[in-house]
Ligand binder design. Structure first.
Ligand SMILES: Nc1nc2c(c(=O)[nH]1)N[C@H]1C(S)=C(S)[C@@H](COP(=O)(O)OP(=O)(O)OC[C@H]3O[C@@H](n4cnc5c(N)ncnc54)[C@H](O)[C@@H]3O)O[C@H]1N2
Ligand code: MOO
Length: 652
């Protein structure tokens, strides 16, 4: 049976989508909390109580001594002072009886005097005594029966997430087991003919079109983290019947089904049709981004809730956060977890479509008095944008976006204290910054680096968005690096310009240099296709400088207008054959095993406003630059020269 494509995707607001889903679950009974199961305490950590727990026994179960010392009748001690000590006869049923901490006190006693406040006196045949210099009040140093918990008292309410100490209390009041909510069972079904397992990929590599399947790992791990029990199904190829049969099978034994990919409108996107055939399709298309093509419904006679999770990894992970986490929390009886919110200013203008709630991943840093959120890639396939994100900014659907410098609320993924330990770099990116970040991490510091190009970095410094900027801007009129640009872009900010390193710039060409390219002059050849960097990139400025010196016009270079944003992207264009050469650093050519024709050693500086240069936050960074370890690591890389590392070029 072949099913027709489903082209039509709705734009249902998130709250309306939820309302439909919840209403359907309420009518089928699936909205109820999951039932309880009795577990030994040792297995109950992190689980949620299904019922209130009342103390079965009191703790302590008797009047217990709180100290090592002598149990006494408080009345017998009355009148004792330093000038008129009192003696109490030692022995069972007498006036003083020795007890250890935790021992029951004798029934005739009502207080304990700790041993260091007593003096032993041996009167031979007359007996043994303690001498005391002060009286004690009743119940001194005694833990009365039930001090901690009295039998029948409430120890834990229902819907309580069990911590280690809770288990101690349950045990202490006589419960060997506890009734906890069964983990909601969630089936995770990855679909897609293009998918291969990571084990296959690690063993045999990838063919063009192969995609490593990992969304099911992310979803299953999320489910586990939130308190559910995932079943991770093997990959199902894009075949309507096979996917449908798996869904039907999963529905019999799970509380929730997540079908991954096949949610949108492509020729092999079956989820919505399958839900329609097996049950009720409630929603196809929610007004959110990423995650727009989400499918919500219920399937089979059991009316098991099902979510068609979009295939793009970021959309997939966020759909987990937006739909699956609240559902599991609800089933477990836990309050909806709110991420800590932090006010920050956004570092650059963000346009966002009207009518859709958008979730933008950001890094966050504290620069002087400003807390700055810098947007990361918005690509739905860029999983590292979530890996690197400090938090997420939600742009509501009634807004068209935010202006640079506008205040936003960041829902933090990390501890707010981490933000104060973050050095924010915006500027030209270089591999050496990643190495620097590794060493800073050893000092407990985080290094957040956004690649905005050299000019973008200076602009960010001017706005106060970052602590420092990596820059390699050649001034065509003097042949000098950076200084003229710093004067122009930061005219009224005291700054220090410090050399980080020199690096080899050159032409990146295919292995063996099949086109026989020797230098920039070859870019004018008809058979040479170039790939350029974006405007504002130091490498582009360098190219223009040299073209100018050679008297070459931009129009002569085929591909001059074709722009990539990183050295590595240029190298990828060459590797894939999309271009014959591009200008970039040796490290990028080396990383992809391409050939490299060096022609300039350029200076890469760090531009640091004086106020940050002198701040304690950046001190470990300068210590590293002046120390031997980082120098060694960088000089081991091809194409770098550290002779001038740490030299102050100029203070402005
Ligand atoms: N004509 C339209 N095309 C698309 C629309 C649309 O509205 N109209 N929406 C786009 C959006 S937004 C999203 S999100 C995706 C969702 O697509 P699907 O859910 O159908 O997923 P696929 O197309 O199969 O995959 C997308 C992408 O993700 C990779 N993928 C899939 N599964 C996995 C996995 N388990 N692990 C890792 N990566 C996975 C897959 O290979 C694709 O590269 O649709 C847009 N298109
Ligand atoms: O809506 Mo899709 O989920 O942006 O990538």
């Amino acid at each position: 049976m072949s099913k027709s494509r489903k082209f039509y995707l709705e734009d249902i607001p998130l709250d309306e989508a939820w309302r439909r889903f919840i209403t359907a679950m309420e009518s089928s009974g699936a909205w109820a909390r999951v039932p309880g199961e009795e577990l030994p305490l040792e297995k109950a950590l992190g689980r949620v109580t299904a019922a209130p727990v009342w103390a079965a026994l009191s703790s302590p179960g008797y009047h217990a001594s709180a100290m090592d010392g002598y149990a006494v009748r408080s009345a017998d001690t009355l009148g004792a002072t330093e000038t008129a000590p009192k003696r109490l006869r030692i022995g069972p049923e007498r006036q003083a009886e020795y007890v250890d901490t935790g021992d029951p006190i004798p029934s005739w006693a009502d207080a304990v005097i700790q041993i260091e406040h007593t003096q032993n006196v041996d009167e031979g045949a007359a007996g043994k005594f303690i001498e005391i210099l002060a009286s004690v009040a009743p119940w001194t140093a005694v833990r009365p029966m039930g001090e901690d918990m009295v039998a029948t008292e409430l120890v834990l309410p229902a819907n309580h997430l069990l911590k280690p100490v809770d288990l101690g209390a349950l045990s202490g009041c006589g419960h060997a087991t506890v009734s906890v909510r069964r983990r909601p069972r969630v089936a995770v079904i990855p679909t897609g003919t293009e998918l291969v397992t990571v084990e296959q990929a690690a063993q045999s590599g990838l063919k063009s079109g192969d995609i490593i399947e990992y969304n099911s790992l992310v979803l299953a791990s999320q489910v586990r983290q939130w308190g559910g029990e995932p079943t991770r199904y093997p990959i199902v190829v894009d075949d309507y019947e096979r996917i449908r049969d798996k869904v039907r099978e999963a529905a019999a034994t799970h509380d929730l089904i997540l079908v991954n990919a096949g949610s949108s409108a492509g020729s092999e996107d079956f989820t919505a049709s399958i839900v329609e055939e097996l049950g009720t399709l409630l929603v196809h298309g929610v007004a959110i981004r990423p995650g727009h093509p989400v499918v919500l419904g219920t399937v089979t006679d059991r009316r098991t809730p099902i979510i068609g999770v979009p295939g793009y990894p970021v959309s997939c992970a966020l759909t987990g956060e937006i739909f699956v986490e609240p559902l599991i929390s609800h089933w477990l009886g836990l309050p909806q977890r709110e991420k800590p919110g932090l006010k920050a200013v956004i570092s650059r203008k963000l346009l966002s479509p009207m009518g859709e709630d958008e979730w933008v991943r950001v890094t966050v840093g504290r620069v002087g008095k400003r807390t700055v959120a810098a947007p990361l890639s918005r690509g739905a396939g860029v999983i590292t944008s979530l890996v690197r994100a400090d938090g997420i900014v939600r742009i509501p659907r009634f807004s068209e976006g935010v202006e640079a410098g506008q205040e936003v609320t960041v829902e933090l993924y990390r501890d707010p204290a981490d933000i104060d330990r973050t050095i924010v770099h915006i500027g030209s990116h270089d591999l050496c910054l990643d190495i620097l970040a590794q060493y800073l991490a050893d000092d407990g510091l985080l290094f957040s680096s956004a690649n905005a190009g050299s000019l973008g970095g200076l602009t960010a410094l001017r706005r106060g968005d970052s602590h420092l900027a990596g820059s390699h801007l050649l001034d065509p009129s003097t042949g000098e690096y950076n200084i003229a640009y710093v004067r122009q872009y930061l005219p009224s900010t005291p700054v220090v310009v410090m050399t980080f390193m020199h690096r080899e710039q050159g032409l990146i060409v295919a292995p063996g240099n099949p086109k026989g390219i020797r230098g920039l002059a070859d870019l004018a050849r008809d058979d040479v296709r170039f790939v350029n960097r974006q405007r504002g990139a130091g490498t582009r400025v360098l190219l223009d400088y040299h073209l100018n010196r050679l008297g070459m016009k931009h129009e002569e270079v085929k591909g001059y207008r074709r722009e990539e944003y990183t050295h590595l992207a240029v190298a990828v264009a060459v590797q894939s054959g999309a271009a014959d050469c591009g200008l970039g650093i040796a490290a990028a050519a080396h990383a992809l095993e391409l050939d490299f024709i060096p022609f300039e050693k350029e200076r890469y500086d760090l531009v640091i406003p004086r106020i940050h240069y002198e701040s304690p936050l950046l001190k470990p960074l300068f210590d590293l630059i002046h120390g031997p370890v980082l120098r060694k690591a960088i000089s081991d890389l091809p194409g770098y020269d550290i002779t001038a590392m740490g030299n102050i070029v100029i203070e402005l």
